[in-house]
Each structure stands twice: as C-alpha cells, then as structure tokens.
Design a protein around this ligand. Structure first.
Ligand code: FES
Length: 156
C-alpha cells in the first residue's frame, strides 16, 4: 500500500467517524429533548402576569383556584397573609389539591405532600411548589409570576 492510499484510507475513516458521531448526536437530540421535556416538572412561564381578586374573598385556610397563563394557581389565605402557588406538582406535573384539614397541598398521582409554604413534606416531589408573588393594594390581591413568555392579565 502506497503512502497516498494509506492517507486516503485514513481520510475516509475520519469522514466516516465524523458522520457516525454526528448522526449519533442527532438521534440523541431527537430522543433526548422530548423525553427531558416530558420528565422535567413544568412551572408557570409568563413574563409578568397579574391576576387580581378582591382581598377578603378567600376564607382563612381555604384556597381559590385561578389560572395564570393557562396554568392552575392556588391562592391560599393563611389568615396572616395570602400565598400563591403553582398547582402543578414538581414530580410529574399532576395538579395538586388543597386539604384544609391537613393544611397541605396533596398530589393525587403519587402522594406528594406540600405544606402551606409550598415545601415538600412527603412523597417523590423533588422541589417545592413554584411560588408566585402576591401583593395587596387598595383592597385587591395581585398575583404575579415572573419569567419568560407571554403576558396575560385577567380580572377574577
Ligand atoms: S405527580 Fe405529584 S407526586 Fe407524582
């Protein structure tokens, strides 16, 4: 085998290695991105969303369900303040419900439990519930979420 033939063989081998490597990366991306999107917990993604409702409308230790950017949000009145949490469970995205008796958010899918601060108290949830900012002004509560995405404003 001449030096020219050997060099051409090495070049062909290198091109094949690049093609196989590139194809493998493309296939991994085509499979990995949808799988990661499905598995990663979802959170509200609005840039700056405000939903307002009358202060005093929610009884103590009860919640009001509202929609922020099409996502369910639970506004809780603790008697001392109002707190708003994404109702989307941080485990696999099921919708949590408030239990007034237990004073916890409960996920019906795999048993995750979150306290009135949104902190994980049990089950498989990896993170607390996403918390939204609540401000009280002029007898109204404003629920605001910060992030990237569309802005939607709704009056409850
Ligand atoms: S989705 Fe909530 S515990 Fe699994």
């Amino acid at each position: 085998m001449s030096d020219d033939e050997s060099a051409a063989g090495l070049a062909r081998r290198r091109v094949l290695q690049l093609l196989v490597g590139g194809s493998s990366l493309a296939v991994a991306g085509m499979i990995g991105v949808p799988v990661a999107t499905y598995l990663l917990p979802r959170e509200p993604s609005a840039a700056d969303i405000v939903v307002s409702l009358p202060d005093g409308e929610i009884p103590v230790w009860e919640v009001r369900r509202i929609a922020v950017a099409g996502r369910p949000v639970l506004v809780l009145n603790t008697g001392e303040d109002h707190r708003a949490f994404s109702a989307v469970c941080t485990h696999m995205g099921c919708i949590v419900k408030w239990s007034k008796g237990r004073r916890q958010f409960l996920c019906p899918c795999h048993g995750a439990r979150f306290d009135a601060d949104g902190s994980v108290r049990g089950g498989p949830a990896p993170r607390p519930l996403a918390r939204l900012e609540v401000t009280a002004t002029s007898g109204r509560l404003a629920v605001r979420a910060r992030g990237a995405g569309a802005i939607e404003t709704g009056e409850i």
